[in-house]
Ligand binder design. Structure first.
Ligand SMILES: Nc1ncnc2c1ncn2[C@@H]1O[C@H](COP(=O)(O)OP(=O)(O)OP(=O)(O)O)[C@@H](O)[C@H]1O
Ligand SMILES: [Mg+2]
Length: 374
């Protein structure tokens, strides 16, 4: 049963179906053409792409409206009004797209110009995505500059550190060669001194080589399951002669088993560097203590000494390459090149661990934390 007005309603529904089908069909054709155009222009400016998007949407609307007005034989004023409304809306859309495209193109040119200027500082007020790119670039640039600066400093300091002992060795070698020194005691002393300097310089060259491998990401770790307590015992045994020579006591506190996945050689070297530093900065008759244990779910090994504390201003810098604490880099008999802690940090980070230092009690405490093996 159809109520009054039923056939009219059905006719309207039918018309609506036709309208939807026609506009969707035309829209699909225009969309396919638009996608093809976008693909063909994919390497062109974002402005061109925006123009394509706008042309596609205006054309789809126009095509639909024109088809429908023709099909329904809408004539005269109504058709003119509909078509001009669509035309004006299309023009407005194109205008807005043009303004937007100009802005995007202008801002990306501004970014490109800023990148070419050095040092790079990110321009402000860019659209969000461009601003993210600019900020990321600025960070990367600053990191790169800091690294470059550190490299330059290292080369300057290392050449300074090499020059002084080399000049000394040369003078001694010349004196021996020319027979300027002849008494057996001095000759023996010179020979011993030259051997000592050669050993020190070789150790420094080894350190530099190790550091450059760490920085190049070429450190190859052969990891195995090891116990931190064993590592502490080995390190103490290795450092015993040095400690005895300085009159420093070495103590190890490692009760429980602390298993880690590590390269024993590399990690031993890192811990050894900490212990040598601790012995160097601890007065005779005082103690350097090594502890291995578990803290906050991480394997932890620490070296405490009696150095009297590191100045607060130096604390964040001790791991920097070539940092040695004193401003004047006068070589001291037992002074190093300032590479030990940078190497230790590189090795620990290659093990996905962390290394840090705090002033504690009569001295400072260096601490290595590593992921615990379950
Ligand atoms: N245990 C410590 N107590 C006090 N100061 C320390 C200690 N360890 C390191 N430092 C400070 O940090 C600086 C850097 O240490 P690092 O081990 O990197 O270099 P270095 O010992 O001077 O030379 P290298 O290790 O290359 O022989 C030291 O020169 C010293 O000033
Ligand atoms: Mg050192």
């Amino acid at each position: 049963m159809t109520g009054p007005g039923g056939p009219a309603k059905a006719a309207v529904m039918g018309d609506l179906g036709v309208i939807v089908a026609v506009t969707a069909g035309l829209g699909l054709v225009v969309a396919v053409l638009g996608v093809w155009a976008m693909w063909a222009l994919r390497r062109r400016s974002i402005g061109v792409m925006l123009a394509v998007v706008m042309v596609v949407s205006v054309t789809a609307t126009l095509a639909g409206v024109v088809a429908i007005t023709l099909m329904m034989i809408i004539e005269g004023r109504v058709r003119d009004i509909v078509l001009s409304v669509v035309a004006v809306a299309g023009l407005v859309g194109l205008g807005v797209a043009f303004v937007l495209a100009r802005r995007v193109v202008g801002e990306s040119r501004r970014l490109a110009a800023a990148v070419r200027r050095l040092p790079f500082t990110a321009p402000r007020g860019l659209p969000a995505e461009l601003q993210t790119i600019a900020d990321t670039l600025e960070e990367a640039n600053a990191r790169e500059r800091a690294l470059e600066e550190a490299r330059r400093e290292l080369v300057a300091w290392v050449s300074h550190d090499l020059r002084t002992p080399l000049a000394g060795m040369r003078a001694m070698a010349e004196a021996l060669e020319d027979g300027v020194v002849a008494d057996p005691a001095t000759v023996t002393r010179y020979h011993a001194q030259i051997r000592l300097e050669v050993e020190r310089l070789s150790a420094m060259v080894d350190d530099l080589f190790e550091l450059s491998r760490i920085h190049a990401g070429a450190l190859r770790l052969s990891r195995a399951r090891i116990g931190l307590s064993d590592l502490v015992a080995d390190t103490v045994a290795g450092a015993e002669p040095l400690a005895r020579a300085k009159g420093v006591r070495l103590a190890a506190e490692a009760g429980q088993a602390v298993p880690v996945e590590a390269d024993a050689g590399a990690l031993g070297r890192a811990l050894g560097n900490l212990v040598v530093n601790a012995i160097r900065h601890t007065p005779a008759d005082r103690t350097v203590t090594l502890r291995a244990g578990v803290e906050e779910g991480m394997a932890c090994v620490s070296v405490s000494d009696c150095c009297g504390g590191i100045p607060a201003a130096d604390l964040p810098r001790v791991f920097d390459v070539a940092f040695r604490g004193e401003a004047a880099r006068t070589p001291t008999p037992d002074g190093g090149a300032g590479l030990g802690l940078a190497i230790a940090q590189g090795i620990v980070e290659a093990h996905d661990g962390m290394i840090g230092v705090v002033n504690d009690g009569p001295g400072c405490r260096f601490e290595i934390r590593l992921p615990l093996v379950r």
